[in-house]
Design a protein around this ligand. Structure first.
Ligand SMILES: [Zn+2]
Length: 112
């Protein structure tokens, strides 16, 4: 992988991270919205509110995991190890990385 490609992946990872962090600030407002208000809400809408709350917690966890993967990828760029397969140390196919720039395994190792 050449320097220009590396720079492009780096920019993409940074913008992915910014995007995810932007999401992370939203749930605070969303949580206020789904806060059960028993005077105005029936039992059903209370359930709905709880489900919505749980869903937002789940997607928040997924985003946290994704952020960790992005940080890991950025660290590998710093150390000059980006794009190498975690298992066999071969280069990961550029096509795979363009789909998911946080990928740590090559096609071959994933299939095994
Ligand atoms: Zn591999």
């Amino acid at each position: 992988m050449n320097k220009t490609e590396l720079e492009q992946f780096k920019l993409r990872l940074f913008s992915l991270r910014t995007e995810l962090q932007g999401f992370e600030e939203a749930p605070i407002k969303a949580a206020k919205l789904v806060e059960p208000d028993q005077d105005n809400m029936g039992r059903l809408s209370l359930m709905g509110a709880m489900i919505a709350q749980r869903r937002s917690e789940e997607s928040s966890r997924l985003r946290q995991r994704q952020l960790q993967k992005i940080d890991g990828a950025l660290r590998r760029i710093e150390f000059g190890e980006y794009g190498k397969c975690f298992m066999c140390e071969e280069e990961i196919e550029a096509q795979r990385l363009s789909v998911d720039p946080t990928d740590t395994r090559c096609m071959k190792c994933i299939e095994e």
